[in-house]
Ligand binder design. Sequence first.
Ligand code: MGD
Ligand code: MGD
Ligand code: MO
Length: 825
Amino acid sequence: MSLSRRKFLKGLATTSAASVIGPGLLMSAAKAATEAAGDQASGIWKVSGSHWGAFRARIYNGKVAEIKPLELDKHPTEMINGIKGIIYNPSRVRYPMVRLDWLKKHKYSGETRGNNRFVRVTWDEALDLFYQELERVQKDYGPWALHAGQTGWRQTGQFHSCTSHMQRAVGMHGNYITKVGDYSTGAGQTILPYVLGSTEVYAQGTSWSEILDNSKNIILWACDPNKNLQVGWNCETHESFAYLELLKEKVAEGIINVVSVDPVKNKTQRYLANEHLYINPQTDVAFMLALAHTLYKEDLYDKNFIKTYCLGFEDFVPYLVGESKDKIEKTPEWAAEICGISADKIREFARMLVAERTQLLFGWAVQRQQHGEQPYWMGAVLAAMIGQIGLPGGGVSYGHHYSSIGVPSTGFAAPGGFPRNVDQGQKPKWDNDDFKGYSRTIPVARWVDCLLEPGKEIRYNGSKVKLPDYKMMVVSGNNPWHHHQDRNRMKKAFQKLQTVVTIEFAWTATCRFSDIVLPACTQFERNDIDVYGSYSGRGLLAMHKLVDPLFQSKTDFEIFTELSRRFGRHKEYTRGMDEMEWVRSLYADCRNANKGKFEMPEFDVFWEKGVLDFGGGKPWVRHADFREDPEINALGTPSGFVEIFSRKIDRFGYEQCQGHPMWFEKSERSHGGPGSDKHPFWLQSCHPDKRLHSQMCESDEFRETYTVQGREPIYINPADAAAKGIKNGDLVRVFNDRGQLLAGAVLSDSYAPGVVRIEEGAWYGPLNEKVGAIDTYGDPNTLTQDIASSELAQATSANTCNVDLEKFSGDVPPVTSFGGPLYDS
Ligand SMILES: Nc1nc2c(c(=O)[nH]1)N[C@H]1C(S)=C(S)[C@@H](COP(=O)(O)OP(=O)(O)OC[C@H]3O[C@@H](n4cnc5c(=O)[nH]c(N)nc54)[C@H](O)[C@@H]3O)O[C@H]1N2
Ligand SMILES: Nc1nc2c(c(=O)[nH]1)N[C@H]1C(S)=C(S)[C@@H](COP(=O)(O)OP(=O)(O)OC[C@H]3O[C@@H](n4cnc5c(=O)[nH]c(N)nc54)[C@H](O)[C@@H]3O)O[C@H]1N2
Ligand SMILES: [Mo]
């Protein structure tokens, strides 16, 4: 054992410096840092961009001294203040690292994976090991034994998009298994093509101006744009916030009636000061069925719309009135018991929906639950019965909280990216397509099942998937030990893996559970080009390298050039171009594509200026063309109509997703639902207000602005807290049969009794690698369930989760999440 106890403790102390030292000392550290940063006038300013928006950074003495939003961004997010901390923090991956036991024992030693004990190696040693492992797996097993398919929120930049670099290089070596769908909208994107003919979730939506001019009612259904529009998939412009400001005025003047259907008074509701309709968690479908029942019984629904534009209403009505399936009539009285909204209120709400122009705006959390397909399908049915699909300010949207959907598209070409795949006509070094009967593509959230139940056949979206028995995993640009559910189940699964390679700049829990960790640099340490405005296509952004790569980190491009050199493919990988040649060529292609439509300047002019603004786009109404002519502009559904009943889904013969939307009880539900006697609280793990998932959690000073005793906050209703003897600022142990964590109590009336929130992305900090060890920081996925939405989408069900809590007593363990590995150097 080469690690002494002293060193181990030393490691722990640095990992939790922020929480141990306390704010006083941090303050003086911050002051010292400011002095080292010089004043406003010193240094040079550079333009760059990020998920959090475009900015100017002042570089002084070779360091980023200051960051301020670009003038074009009229509604910058506070998270701009966390960016500096992504570059400079104790959790940076500094050197290539290899897990001690894996290296010493050469038997993969899965049982100690996660103990965070690493040794430093040279770049050559690390890349040789990586390459040898790829060789061994392709030779001894085959492509089915390598999983390199997980993706996620890689930092922005069209060229450096890191997962593409990894997949292209690894793909030049051999084939591997990959995934379909995503954690964001797994259930929604699978069900909606059957119902409305496209994923809807990733489609441009009706322009905000059309909504503001025409809607009388806006229903924010599980939808929190003020929180979630702070970040974008590409560099975010924050243009939507101007419309939210106008909406706030219209709400105040009584011109538009906004209702938030949500178990929580969320950030948007507090901002708009609009009506809040509290609903019991996970019960939206029961509520919607009762709304539909009211519209049907009171003859208020749009028969003409149903007749002209929809299919299968008559197959759905028997279920609604209690003549088929469960034989229960979906009356408001029936629903009230489940959803906690009174029968009178349900009737009143139903009448309101049809009285005037009503826009339904759904968020995504409501489909990130068991049977998550149903609320979206039922939402479409409700919209069809209201009959306003395709009208300005009417109908249904599933994306207005995301990446500025609803800001009109300019329609100009955007720069492309680095190719994810091997070039056409090229074969991988190991040209082997034999997956031994295993599926080559697996539903994204089922990758842990593969390890625990290899060879199992599952049903998925009309087909069968045989879970591959993979042995090796390569991770880049995503953080599985944040994004997946049920940490203790993951621990068991990871013991079975032979080799895990992670390419990262932050020492996340995924690094802790890896064997080889390669230090990438951040986006702030490389040059790139980005789309400015993911859906609006507002323009182009130059991402100037701010500082040189820190420590021994390299760009992903360099890392994979060096990997592919090991099997003689580096020239094909790079196409003989370096970083700036790639950036220039992506710009040149984009410039060509826009010729005659928009004259883009020479590259150097653009690069110097930092931003190219295409201006605004034209307002637009989703599904207006379909409404105008449903024959010519048919939807992409099998029939071309809105499918209230889907013959295709019906024929799949699934239990948990049948021919029309239905109410299904959940495996866990609070407020009297299953499991609530033992674990009475519903844990929602919403997207963080001050992070992008796990990104920026490492930003120490910024994290200190929201942590409680150095831990992630848990938001609790004051009455619930009082009943448990918990006060604001207390440490709380949150637990269920799957796991336990420590979090810091924040009492708030915005949370209803029985509802608690811990935001996703909190860095997992297990006390040790053992199954069941307490999480010292507060990652909600320590507690969530790893079950599929249904046989249709096989999507994550993170929001189907009950927990209990108590005031923590006993010795307080230090936070182990931050500060990197424990190592001998
Ligand atoms: N309980 C619960 N779990 C959830 C959710 C939930 O609502 N509740 N939401 C789910 C959703 S919708 C999503 S999208 C996922 C998000 O899951 P992920 O996309 O996995 O989350 P991120 O934290 O963004 O992880 C990105 C990682 O890539 C690294 N990275 C970024 N840029 C680069 C780069 O250029 N090079 C390299 N090498 N690495 C880079 C970052 O440091 C970070 O660790 O989480 C899912 N998990
Ligand atoms: N600041 C910030 N913004 C982000 C992200 C981030 O990490 N940080 N991530 C981005 C990504 S990848 C995604 S996928 C989107 C996620 O977008 P969403 O999934 O829509 O966001 P959430 O914040 O999880 O939840 C939105 C609302 O749903 C409510 N809700 C949850 N369960 C239920 C329910 O059963 N019924 C009802 N009626 N309401 C419910 C919550 O209380 C919350 O107010 O956000 C994007 N935007
Ligand atoms: Mo997402």
